[in-house]
Design a protein around this ligand. Structure first.
Ligand code: SAM
Length: 259
């Protein structure tokens, strides 16, 4: 069985057992903190990679009614849960069962690609990050949060425990992978949890590792996109960046999606 199939089986089982809700509860703090770092235009196009039961997609879609938010997950049962939990009042959210390498995504471009605890299942992570970078609009942001990383020793046994491959990278590896994918202005931080809020000690002492970087605006020229003034709609998620008119796009900040 391929690792992708093993991962799909694992998360299908978790979806059946209701562990998607446990993940949602366990990850929400880090997601909220990570998304505080984000600025997106109101009409942003957003992708959540490995969206699980879709809680981030729903929260972003409600927070940004003019945006279009999509969740992708390899587990059909997670996607079933995500659709089931998404009611008709959330009209700007959608879910897609599959892989980030699926050709159906080739024509899509996003202003923000987010992934909570999903990227290290997609090996090699370097290629996955390159693929995600190729799906960003110029000025778009990639934001990945992981709990399994080299500096977090508590996470080293997880792959064996769950019987699937998980690529164990260091904090620097994530920065390097984003640079290799042509992204710039990387930033990184550890998101720790308040003492007493969790029984998992590493969450308090080490925390979740967040890494982010941006697609350069110059990528539009390299990709043969128009550099004239009509292209300004495609730009501007990067705080302080300007489009060809020199007009600053006003960021929506902070993006506290669960409040
Ligand atoms: C640890 S869970 C995190 C789910 C969700 N992001 C959360 O915070 O609760 C990892 C998710 O990534 C998904 N996943 C793993 N490999 C994937 C791949 N190659 N493509 C898309 N999704 C994938 C899994 O099915 C699972 O739902």
């Amino acid at each position: 069985m391929s690792n992708a199939d093993a991962v799909k089986n694992l998360f299908n089982e978790w979806a059946r057992e209701g562990k998607d809700i446990d993940m949602e509860d366990g990850h929400k703090h880090a997601v909220r903190e990570a998304l505080r770092e984000v600025s997106v235009p109101q009409e942003a196009s957003i992708l959540d990679v490995g969206c699980g039961n879709g809680y981030v997609v729903r929260a972003l879609a409600k927070r940004l009614p003019d945006a279009s938010v999509m969740g992708i997950d390899i587990s059909d049962e997670m996607i079933f849960q995500a659709r089931d939990l998404t009611h008709d009042d959330v009209f700007n959210a959608g879910f897609f069962e599959g892989s980030i390498f699926d050709e159906n995504l080739n024509e899509d471009r996003f202003d923000l690609i987010f992934g909570m605890e999903s990227i290290y299942y997609i090996s090699p992570v370097k290629d996955a990050i390159k693929r995600l970078a190729s799906l960003l609009n110029p000025g778009g942001q990639l934001l990945l949060v992981v709990d399994l990383y080299q500096e977090n020793e508590a996470s080293h046994g997880w792959a064996e425990k769950y019987g699937v491959e998980m690529e164990l990278l260091s904090a620097q590896d994530y920065v390097d992978a984003m640079a290799e994918a042509g992204l710039e202005d990387p930033f990184q931080r550890y998101i720790t949890y308040p003492e007493g809020s969790t029984s998992e000690e590493w969450k308090v002492t080490k925390g979740s590792l967040m890494t982010s970087a941006f697609k350069p605006f110059s990528a539009a020229d390299e990709e043969g996109e128009s550099g004239d003034e009509d292209s300004s709609d495609d730009t501007g998620t990067n705080e302080g960046s300007s489009d060809d008119d020199g007009e600053l796009k006003l960021p929506e900040n902070p993006l506290d999606i669960f409040n």
